[in-house]
Design a protein around this ligand. Structure first.
Ligand code: AMP
Length: 310
């Protein structure tokens, strides 16, 4: 992202009306300068790190206008304490977003997004939202989907901008279940937006970057490395067309002190259904996603690894 270091600080807007007006102005300026009319939206909850920067940088590469949304969505937290302690620092976020190439940051007050408090109508992630993360965080994906639907509307280029405006939204592979559910939202409800997945950004040692990692001590971060090690073991076996033997990965995690495994599962990337070849004998073929979640020092961590050609 360093080549965007010279970018001017992004403008921060607080209301949907300001977002729409600023987006239109930026699109008009870009198209007047001969650029393709395109807008990339990067939804985040702030506390930005290199993982978010990668999403923003990809949006920068692919679009004339880049909008980052920065909003901690109360209604996707099943634990109010987790919501309260979620890190918030708009100034630091603006520096990272600007460095990665964002033009605009939409950082609304809660009353702008939820003028009537908790919405009476929520979108449902259906069965995709009930398993894995949804099983231990009831309502999480319905809350996430509801705010993503709203943010996709807010960011959608105004009809008054050039008719052929391309609209793209960027989501990290880090939250694989979220990505699968957002893809279904767009497919099932016909949203006019292209979903662009972005690979997981990891620390030098392999830990998937997360805004929650700052709650871990260095020792706990080292203990958490067993999660990515177990995923890379599956990747090596998949690439060698060997049986995955996920039980061995589970044993690895179970033997790590201070790491409490929730799930480790090989699934279909679209349906998140466990795969039949998730067994000891069959050599791995095709495409799959390995999902893992664990608690380390009371902090819930998730990670995953796409296998095959996805
Ligand atoms: P969050 O602010 O945690 O809701 O994340 C906002 C977006 O950034 C989501 O699409 C995440 O999947 C993505 N993201 C978060 N961490 C990473 C990471 N380490 N690598 C890639 N994308 C990430």
């Amino acid at each position: 992202v360093s080549r965007h270091d010279q970018q001017a600080a992004p403008r921060i807007v607080r209301t949907v009306a300001e977002l729409k007006a600023a987006g239109r102005e930026l699109l008009e300026t870009a198209t007047a300068a001969g650029r393709e009319a395109s807008l990339g939206l990067v939804p985040t909850m702030g506390a930005l790190h290199e993982g978010h920067a990668r999403l923003i940088a990809q949006a920068r590469d692919e679009n004339a206008v880049v909008v980052v949304t920065d909003f901690v969505n109360r209604f996707q937290f099943d634990d109010p304490a987790d919501f309260e302690r979620y890190p918030r620092d708009l100034e630091a976020d603006a520096a990272i977003a600007g460095g990665a190439g964002a033009d605009l940051i939409f950082a609304p007050e809660e009353s702008e997004v939820y003028p009537d408090g908790r919405p009476r109508v929520l979108l449902s992630a259906g069965t995709l939202g009930e398993k894995f993360e949804g099983a231990s965080r009831p309502g999480h994906f319905d809350g996430m989907l509801t705010v993503v639907a709203k943010l996709l509307h807010y960011g959608m280029p105004d009809p008054a901008t050039p008719a052929a405006t391309m609209y793209r939204a960027y989501f990290g592979q880090k939250d694989a279940q979220q990505l699968a559910i957002v893809r279904r939202l767009v497919h099932d409800l016909g949203y006019p937006v292209q979903i662009r997945p972005v690979p997981i950004v990891r620390s030098a040692k392999g830990l998937a970057l997360s805004s929650r990692n700052r709650f871990l001590t260095e020792e706990q971060q080292d203990a958490a490395l067993v999660l990515s090690r177990s995923l890379f073991l599956m990747k090596e076996r998949a690439e060698a067309h060997l049986p995955l033997r996920p039980v061995e990965a589970v044993a690895m995690i179970d033997s790590a002190p201070g790491v409490e495994l929730d799930y480790f599962e090989v699934v279909d990337p679209g349906t998140l259904e466990p795969l039949a070849f998730n067994c000891a004998q069959t050599p791995f073929t095709g495409e799959a996603l390995v999902l893992v979640a664990a608690r380390v020092g009371g902090i819930r961590l998730i990670d995953n690894m796409p296998l095959g050609a996805i």
